[in-house]
Unconditional design. Sequence first.
Length: 285
Amino acid sequence: MSFGFDLDLLKTFAAVVDCCGFTKAAERVHLTQSTVSQQIKKLEVNLGTLLLHRDKSTGTVETTEAGELLLSYARKLLAMADEAAEVMRRPSAPRTVRLGVPEDFAGRRLIDLLSGFSAASPHIRLDTVSGWSIELRRLLDAGEIDLALIKREPGDGACLASWKEELIWVESATRPVETDPVPLAVFPVGCIYRDRAIGAIERSGRRWRIAYTSQGLMGVQAAVASGLGISLLPSDAVLPEHRQLGPFDGFGYQPASEMALVKGRGSLSAEAQSVGQFLADSLGS
């Protein structure tokens, strides 16, 4: 006949062995001495073997061989039970916040920004999705992400926070290019930098051609540095290998664009609000 071990019985048994008797064991487990005796008897009956030798003259006890073997398992079972109880008392699993970030913001820049976030907020799990602003807006509208950092024209809709981005025309510092038509190294369709560059050149009455397209910032930066084309980039993306262009080169000043922190249509969870505040504080500084 099989039975499950009663943890209360095992706890009492281990206490009797540790205290070398029933009296002190009763105090440890907060039971009467008679209840302790009954529990040990019940355990012995369930197992069909004697677990303790009792010395009536001194009131002490010693384990039998069976009792010694059971004690080893009892300690393991009790330790596992304590561990399970401790785990279940801890806070629930981390809440997930889904954040969309621009393609040119992902990578090292994002890692630097969020390096301290995990330590400061261990109860929040952050899942990031990179994409162009038009795609991030779609994901927000569909409820697939909670927050997004998007590149846009200044003041283009509501946002939780926003930051100006200075835009600069750049070419290779060592390999200048022919500018008729202007060869452009750009991001895919839908990127504000691409739209700004094409629009500015067309307004100046000049021709342009797409010389290089890349999904990532590093690709555009490398293309410019190697002399494949000219690009319009945020100031923090300009490399030492780039040369800034200005009015004397035929490339006029461009008004700043904007990076904005926006949310979806629904209300934000407390965790998403925490992430939003962190981003607003970090990028603002």
